[in-house]
Design a protein around this ligand. Sequence first.
Ligand SMILES: C=CC1=C(C)c2cc3[nH]c(cc4nc(cc5[nH]c(cc1n2)c(C)c5CCC(=O)O)C(CCC(=O)O)=C4C)c(C)c3C=C
Ligand SMILES: [Fe+2]
Ligand SMILES: [Fe+2]
Length: 345
Amino acid sequence: MKKGVLLVNLGSPESPTPKDVKPYLDEFLMDKYVIDVPFLLRALIVRGIILQTRPKKSAEAYAKIWWDEGSPLIVLSKRMHKKVQANTSIPVSLAMRYGKPSIESGLQELHDQGVTEVMLFPLYPQHAMASTVTILVLAEEIRKKKFPNMNFTILPAFYNQKDYIRDLSNSIKKHLENFEYDHLLFSYHGIPERHIRKTDVTKSHCKIDGSCCHTPSPAHEFCYRHQCYETTKQVVEFLGIPEGKYSQTFQSRLAGDKWLTPYTDVEINKMPEKGIKKLAVVTPAFVSDCLETLEEIAMEANHEFKENGGEEFLAIPCLNDDDDWCKTLSRWIDQWAFAETETAK
Ligand SMILES: C=CC1=C(C)c2cc3[nH]c(cc4nc(cc5[nH]c(cc1n2)c(C)c5CCC(=O)O)C(CCC(=O)O)=C4C)c(C)c3C=C
Ligand SMILES: [Fe+2]
Ligand SMILES: [Fe+2]
């Protein structure tokens, strides 16, 4: 029995061109855990409507943040992977849910090293159907077809883990050292409200009314909204940020559904008139900087804030390949690998 780990992030297109963005968006948005409607309706919405115009617009956005080495999300995930591997003797592979390197190639790499016990490690602090569940479902499909002798253990969402909260808080603190902020905004990737109800294991707890997420419930093990509030609360406590000096919003919505509120862009635009002139934004739903942080926040939100009277804007980087964070990841891996754990198939 040999143990190994598969780190899985979201993925990016091959290049910032409509030709490569289109198949990436097709794979992403045709995922039934992302656009969760019956296949024919999904195909109509995605292929008939979204893919007619979005690839060009998205490619332009990607082109603004693209690096010489490639997509920031992929480059940063690879740097993190390298440091994590350097601090553990357990084989660690990196994969993306959409695009390359694929989950299948990551599992193949581990298989080629004789690994039979794999910890699946979704690189998302908060659990969501559109991010975590889709990884686990696809990995299981591939396991059944190609690697039937492998066993999987799943690393649960780490939104409230002491080590994660400490590393995130320390990184925020470091970036705020030279920035006298009026307000710190915690902006999380949004999801449709319907997804929250679907992942409610009690089928009765989630009301999305502002109070359910603060009332203890078994639903919270899989409630993205609760987990976002909890990450914010624990970071705020760790850093001692006073009430009124921070808030939480959700970004990156698609047209159509009602997504989690308040919306980041709407709130940021209102801030200058409320007296917030120096704004810092942190994006804890992402462990690696990506289109959503580098373009939507650091460029677009920054621009809008200033257009509306804001003066200074700081987009705090994600944890990326922060040394402490990479050591934490290696330590979690070792804790699992060297503990007497039961593996789940
Ligand atoms: C926290 C993780 C993420 C969740 C949950 C999530 C849900 C979700 N996303 C879309 C649609 C799009 N997201 C896009 C980019 C994108 N999304 C995440 C993470 C989560 N998404 C990341 C890390 C990225 C950036 C990828 C990169 O290459 O840098 C995009 C593509 C870009 C664009 O055209 O705007 C889309 C589309 C939905 C519909 C959804 C939940 C239903
Ligand atoms: Fe997304
Ligand atoms: Fe809730």
